[in-house]
Structures are given as C-alpha cells and as structure tokens.
Ligand binder design. Structure first.
Ligand SMILES: NC(=O)c1ccc[n+]([C@@H]2O[C@H](COP(=O)([O-])OP(=O)(O)OC[C@H]3O[C@@H](n4cnc5c(N)ncnc54)[C@H](O)[C@@H]3O)[C@@H](O)[C@H]2O)c1
Length: 485
C-alpha cells in the first residue's frame, strides 16, 4: 500500500467536496483503521525491537503489535527491572532477546525495524545509528532534543532509503483527520489564531514518576544513560524523572506543545512559524528540576499558499490549583474548531456584510439631521439581504469507539515499510518541522530571546535579544548546559 502523505491529502480533498455541515457522528472517508493492504503472508512478518522499554516503550510496543504480522524480537533498556518486566510482558512462551546495549539490537539481522523510545537526548544518536545499520525507525517525539540536530537525522534517513515515522500518534486519530478535512474544505474560513492550554496539578502529572526501590548503579547503566550529557554521579531521580532536567528532556514544550503543533501542522499543511517567543517560570515544583513548570509561548505563522498568516499561543501550567479547563481551539474568520480528547466541535459563524449601527456606537452622538442622513446612506448601501448573519451552526464529531490512533500510526509506518516507501504520515522532515518550534520555545526561554526560524529551509535565522528582562534563577542554574544549541 502506498500510504504516503500526498495520496492521503489527495484523499482528504476528494472527501471534502462531499462535506455537509450538519451534525455528524461518524468520520467521513476515513477507515477506523488503516489496513495494511500489502502482501501479507505468515512469512511476511515485520520484526521489531524496542529501544527504551519504559512507560511509552510499553505503550508503543503494544500499539505496534496490535497490527497484523508484527513480531517483537528484542528489547534494549538500561534498567534491569524493565528488561525482566519485558520478558514477562512480551516474551510469554518464547525467549525474548534483551540487552542493555542498543548496538546489540542494531547488529541483529533478524531486526527489521526499531522503536526508539528513550529519553529525548538519545533520539538522534540511536536513530542515525539504526538507519545506518539498515533498520527502519519509529522514533518518539520530539524527533530531536536541539534545533541543531534535525538535519543530521534527515540526511541519515534520506541516505538510508529506509522508512521512518515520528511518534506523535494523535495525528492518526479520527478527530485530527476530521479537523484536517474541515479546515481544508474551508469550513471555518481562513485560520487567524490557534490557542491551547494543557494544565495539570499533580505530582505524576508534573513528571514525578515512581522510582523503583532497587534503583542503583548495579541495576541501571548510568554511564550509558548520560550519553553525551554532562558526567555526574548516579542519581535515580535524574534517570527515572529525566523530563525534569534539560540535559535529557525538552521540558513542557517538547513533552506537550509538540502534540498540538504536530496536529496544527497536519491540519493546516503549514511548514511552521517564523518567530517564536516563550516565557515561563518554576513556580511550584521546586524539587531540583531545572526546567520551568509554567510556560507560555507565542508563534507567528506567515501566510503561505496553504493558509493565511496566523498566530499560535500555547500554555502549560503544572501548578494550576484552580479550575483546569484544557482546551485547543483553531479559530478562523468563519468559525472555530475546538478539540477535546476524542471529539471535536466546529462552530460556524459568519458576519453579515452590513456593519450595523446603534447600541454602543457613535451613532447616538450625531445630531438628529446627521443621524437621518446617515440612515439614508446606510439603507442605500446595505439592502436587507446584507443585514442578517447566517445562523450559527454547531457540528459535533465523535471519534468511533474503536478508533485506535496509536495502532493506526504504526499501521502507516508498517505499510510504508512493506511497500518500500519513505512516505509516512510523519516522516523526519515533517517531524523536524514540528519539533523545531518547541525546541525554539526552549531556546527562547533559556536564552531570553526571540527565535527567528526559516520553516522552508529549516534553519535558524539571526536572533533578537528581548531587552531588559531580568534573568531568573532557573536560567542562571541551567546556564552552560545547553551544549548543542
Ligand atoms: N507519543 C506520546 O504520546 C508519548 C508519550 C510519552 C512519552 N513519549 C516519548 O517517549 C520517550 C520515552 O518516554 P517515557 O515516558 O517512556 O520515559 P521512561 O523514562 O519511562 O522510559 C525511557 C526508557 O528508556 C531507557 N533508556 C534510556 N536511555 C537508553 C539507551 N541509551 N538505550 C536503551 N534504553 C535507554 C530507560 O532505561 C527507560 O526505561 C520520550 O522521548 C518521550 O517524549 C511519547
């Protein structure tokens, strides 16, 4: 099956022509599951290995295995407990090859594809090594940890001829596909603003995941975990709660903004923003972390042949003890699309041509004769048919119960592997264009500057300093660790 992005989008446009704006309860034109139409035989199995069998490694592996003719043959992880757990969870009746050294996975001829599900600072190294070793790669988001690392991954992918998918699986959901169809069909007019917030107020939500009591330099390969990060003594918190440290993770931007940005890029066909500014603070989780727990970001997306210029405003607040009302809205000049977990609501609203007069307006401040003259002119210019707005319409979409975005995202990857195509839904060019704005958010925050980005060439442009903002403690403590930017 040739399930590349271009044919997928073509399919969407065709479906769009049939769009009606009444209430909908099922997807138009999208199967709940993208089937693998390529030749499948018992011997045609794709043999995968997971590198990084932590929380998402388990979920990714399960989602991959929900596709037909996929077999797990190996696991690499740096904590012995997770290798043992993998043997019980996935080995079942047969022996599962496990190792602490991902290079042993890459050297195995029986591995066709690897899932790179390590902390962010390992993504580029393992992905490039895997492509060079002739493996297909499914790499978790964000594709890379720093802006400077994207090109090398793209080059390695192009040179390898292998299939690669970046793992922001939500764009394979029926909701995002429906949003794309609606936006591409012009249902909400020209997009002018996108906003999203993703707040939390819990220790686990703020990434303080459980640390196993047997964590030690014996059960954890600490040196390998550090990789190219600064050397330091064993620290179980840094290993099991790596998101809290900029040496290994990408903060709230890389963890949460990335999903929305990927979705927006998918829905709008945009290449990315040109200007990115973020600000933030460490307000509550002062537990040794060196990344902010509150971050807001503004991005300017320029007009292209695919869309008008729009602004995107994102926020995460891990210290929101108030009412949490997470929302994602794509606002156009004829309506908006609002997302919730598995649903979306489109509200269509179009202004009448006639602007109206009276009410809170300057009209009442005119003299009587001027008011009469104004009304005469208004009546001549705006006949009755220009005065009524179209009735507001609300269109609800609920994803089918069996919609399995995660398995579908892998399904697209495997279909491309089988057909020898590099045209996945989220190939590394798309993946880097989505990652770049979030990495720029971090750069803007830590270096107190506006980041200028060229989304076409995927290169950083001259930087502006934001004048006179005092540097905060969190920035000072993190100074000097931003090695690769
Ligand atoms: N797509 C999504 O919705 C989604 C959700 C959660 C996490 N993620 C991404 O998945 C990745 C992993 O996140 P997580 O929450 O599973 O973290 P985790 O800490 O639970 O698991 C990471 C695992 O990687 C292992 N590891 C670290 N370095 C390694 C190396 N060099 N070789 C082999 N194994 C190594 C660790 O031992 C650990 O078990 C991150 O990039 C994260 O951004 C994506």
């Amino acid at each position: 099956m040739q399930s590349n992005r271009r044919t997928f989008i073509k399919g969407i446009s065709a479906a769009s022509a049939l769009v009606a704006t009444e209430s909908i309860a099922k997807p138009f034109g999208f199967p709940a599951y993208i089937p693998n139409l390529a030749k499948i035989s018992p011997n045609d199995k794709i043999r995968i290995a997971t590198i990084g069998m932590g929380i998402q490694g388990n979920f990714d592996t399960q989602a991959a295995l929900r596709n037909p003719d996929v077999e797990l043959v190996g696991v690499a992880d740096l904590y012995t407990g997770r290798l043992e757990h993998a043997k019980t969870a996935f080995g079942k009746d047969k022996e599962l090859f496990t190792t602490r050294d991902h290079r042993e996975i890459l050297a195995r001829p029986d591995v066709d594809a690897v899932l790179v599900v390590t902390p962010d600072h390992w993504h580029d190294h393992i992905t490039i090594a895997a492509l060079k070793a002739g493996k297909h790669v499914y790499c978790e988001k964000p594709m890379v940890q720093h802006l400077s690392e994207g090109k090398a991954v793209i080059d390695a992918w192009k040179k390898s001829g292998k299939t690669m998918q970046v793992g922001s699986q939500r764009i394979s959901s029926a909701s995002f596909q429906e949003a794309k169809r609606l936006v591409q069909a012009g249902e909400i007019g020209a997009i002018n603003y996108i906003e999203s917030n993703s707040d939390r107020f819990s220790a686990i939500g703020a990434w303080n995941y459980s640390v196993p009591p047997d964590a030690s330099p014996q059960t954890v390969d600490w040196d390998r975990f550090l990789g190219d990060a600064p050397k330091r003594p064993f620290d179980a918190n840094r290993f099991f709660r790596w998101r809290n440290y900029k040496d290994y993770g990408t903060g709230v931007a890389g963890d949460l903004f990335i999903h929305l940005i990927t979705g927006v890029h998918f829905v709008t066909n945009t290449l990315g923003p040109t200007r990115i500014f973020s600000s933030g603070n460490l307000a509550y989780w002062k537990d040794g972390r060196d990344v902010p727990d509150i971050m807001a970001c503004i991005m300017d997306y320029p007009k292209t042949d695919q869309h008008e210029a729009f602004q995107m405003v994102l926020r995460v607040n891990f210290a929101n003890a108030g009412k949490i009302n997470d929302v994602t809205r794509i606002i156009g000049n004829e309506g908006q699309i609002e997302f919730s977990e598995n649903n979306l609501i489109m509200t269509k609203k179009k202004l009448p041509i006639a602007p109206g007069y009276g009410g809170y307006d300057s009209f009442f401040t005119f003299t009587e004769p001027v008011q009469q003259e104004f009304v005469k002119g208004y009546d001549a210019k705006y006949p009755p048919e220009t005065r009524t707005a179209e009735p507001v319409k609300e269109v609800k979409f609920t994803a089918p119960k069996d919609d399995d975005a995660h398995a579908k995202h892998f399904g697209d990857f495997f279909a491309n592997v089988r057909s020898g195509s590099q045209g996945t839904l989220e190939d590394p060019v798309f993946g880097f264009r989505a990652a770049a704005p979030v990495l720029a958010c971090n750069e803007s925050f830590f270096e107190q500057k506006v980041v200028h980005w060229d989304p076409v060439t995927m290169t950083q442009k001259k930087l502006d300093k934001v004048p006179s903002t005092p540097k905060k403690k969190i920035i000072a403590s993190a100074k000097g660790t931003n090695r690769k930017t």
